[in-house]
Design a protein around this ligand. Structure first.
Ligand code: AKG
Length: 266
């Protein structure tokens, strides 16, 4: 699916835009279904917390900044189940991760019009910590992205630093994981604008962020996470839940039990 040049680009830079993974018809279906999910299930709140908000936004903007979100779209919508298991996407991921690829999660991020929150510089690892970097996040674009609506931006080659320590709490309590605002700057990142139907993939260790949505339309992205099943989650809420295989086979290693059929806590 991917050319050697695309594979090398991903390994060198830690991200890659893959154009037209979804056809215009598929993208339209996903877009309509997303709007329905938002209507029925998603929630809108002030979004990510932490002192980064004051560094990124003036007080008035900060008080209005919002994020619409929802987890596990593929458990609610067959269109999104088909997207998460799309064979073209699975093939591309296997070109980057190796033959065995497991779905880990799907998550919706909508930046509402004019108030859609910026994202502070961070890696995704602190949100679902894994043993190593064999984990790829896929951003499915339902809208064209550009500077004014807050396209995704990456710190070039930052995946090579491995897992970084993040700010996880303040004196007021826990906050959304983010990197220190005096050391990591959005201005130093590479913008990766994309078209609806494209995906942008990046390593769990690639530092990224995005600016506020200043336009009159929502900016809709769905993140789908995939890993080599041998790259185990070391902490986090999904540790007890296996994902579907989208490519290859779950190999059995010494000490591996059958997957649990109910949470260990039940
Ligand atoms: O939606 C964005 O602009 C950023 C998303 C993000 O940081 C993430 O999915 O980890």
């Amino acid at each position: 699916m991917l050319t050697q040049q695309q594979i090398s680009f991903y390994h060198e830079h830690g991200f890659l835009r893959i154009p037209r993974v979804f056809t215009p018809e598929q993208t339209q279906e996903l877009s309509d279904e997303l709007d329905r999910l938002v209507e029925d299930w998603a929630f809108t709140n002030p979004g990510w917390t932490g002192p980064w908000r004051q560094a990124y936004m003036d007080p008035e903007t900060e008080s209005k900044a919002k994020l619409t979100a929802m987890q596990d779209l593929h458990y609610y919508s067959v269109a999104w189940m088909r997207a998460a298991t799309n064979s073209k996407l699975a093939e591309a991921l296997s070109d980057l991760l190796g033959p065995n690829v497991e779905l880990h999660h799907t998550t919706l991020h909508i930046k509402p019009p004019q108030t859609g929150q910026p994202f502070p510089m961070h890696q995704d690892n602190p949100f679902y910590p894994h043993q190593d970097g064999r984990f790829i996040d896929v951003l499915v674009h339902l809208d064209d992205t550009f500077h004014e609506n807050g396209e995704i931006r990456f710190l070039d080659g930052s995946h090579k630093m491995g897992h970084l320590d993040h700010i996880l709490e303040t004196e007021d309590g826990p906050c959304s994981p983010h990197l220190p605002t005096d050391k990591f700057h959005l201005e130093d990142t590479v913008a990766v604008p994309a078209k609806a139907g494209d995906v942008v993939v990046f390593c769990i260790d690639t530092v990224h962020g995005s600016y506020i949505n200043q336009t009159k339309k929502p900016r809709r992205l769905v993140r789908m996470g995939y890993r080599d099943p041998q790259n185990r989650e070391v902490a986090g809420k999904r540790t007890e839940r296996a994902g579907m295989m989208v490519s290859g086979y779950r190999e059995r290693k010494e000490g591996d039990d059958l997957l649990p059929t109910k949470p260990a806590s039940a």
